[in-house]
Design a protein around this ligand. Structure first.
Ligand code: GLN
Length: 246
């Protein structure tokens, strides 16, 4: 169910993560290796968000089509380089619309967000949490999906002054209580740090001297990839990674 990744470090071409890597995101879209809990391929859309310059605003390109079917993307991805990238390929949860606006990353201000998983019992289970949101946030959801609603809940906590870690961990804990059995692998970045969770799905991390890459599945066979244990919260910058139980 969905595959996603986030990168921070020296600028790299988007294509290095999407296409050039042996098991890059486009390969993970049609030949994923670790789709825990359902789904076979990720053909219900894709998206990539990136910061063209440090400190600037993010750009996003997304589509409801399979990533391998977009004729414009390979050249666009080869020509665009960035030091902060978040990308995803989607396998829509049954009952949720297959539309461009349901494809991650979701974007607000400097934040890029992706969700790999499902909120069990959506929308009923999520409704009590959504009741705390300003009506305007509900009226401007990107799509009527669990992932878009989770981003609204996280943004609300950020607005209230929570740190990214607090906002993400708080929403995961609330969802785990009100919608048991939910799968909540979240990725959030502001271009400076990545906050990620593992609840029910795979995630791996690879660090080098000046970069960090977090992905649903390793992009290649390099021995430097490490799996992130389930039910963990990870915060990563190019120079520092912290990980703890949720
Ligand atoms: N539930 C989300 C959606 O339908 C994410 C799906 C997934 O991880 N496969 O968009």
């Amino acid at each position: 169910m969905c595959r996603h990744l986030a990168y921070l470090g020296p600028p790299v071409a988007l294509s290095s993560l999407l296409f050039a890597a042996e098991h890059g995101l486009a390969h993970q879209a049609w030949a994923p290796r670790d789709m825990r809990g359902g789904g076979t391929i990720n053909a219900d859309g894709f998206g990539v968000g990136w910061f063209p310059s440090a400190g600037g605003s993010p750009l996003r390109y997304r589509s409801a089509m399979p990533i391998w079917s977009d004729a414009a993307l390979p050249a666009l991805a080869a020509a665009s380089a960035s030091g902060a990238i978040l990308a995803a390929v989607r396998s829509a949860t049954v009952g949720m619309p297959v539309v461009e606006t349901a494809a991650a990353p979701f974007v607000h201000d400097r934040w890029l967000f992706s969700h790999n998983g499902v909120v069990r019992g959506f929308p009923g289970t999520l409704a009590p949490a959504a009741a705390s949101l300003p009506i305007e946030d509900l009226l401007t959801l990107d799509a009527p999906t669990d992932s878009a609603a989770l981003f609204a809940l996280i943004r609300h906590r950020l607005r209230a002054g929570k740190t990214a870690e607090e906002a993400v961990a708080g929403v995961v804990s609330e969802m785990s209580d009100i919608a048991p059995g939910s799968r909540l692998n979240l990725l959030l970045t502001d271009g400076e740090r990545i906050v990620a969770t593992t609840v029910g799905h795979s995630l791996s991390i690879r660090t080098t001297a000046d970069a960090v890459l977090v992905a649903s599945e390793p992009l290649d066979d390099h021995p430097g990839w490490r799996p992130v244990p389930d039910r963990h919260l990870l915060t990563a910058t190019p120079s520092d990674v912290t990980m703890g139980e949720l």
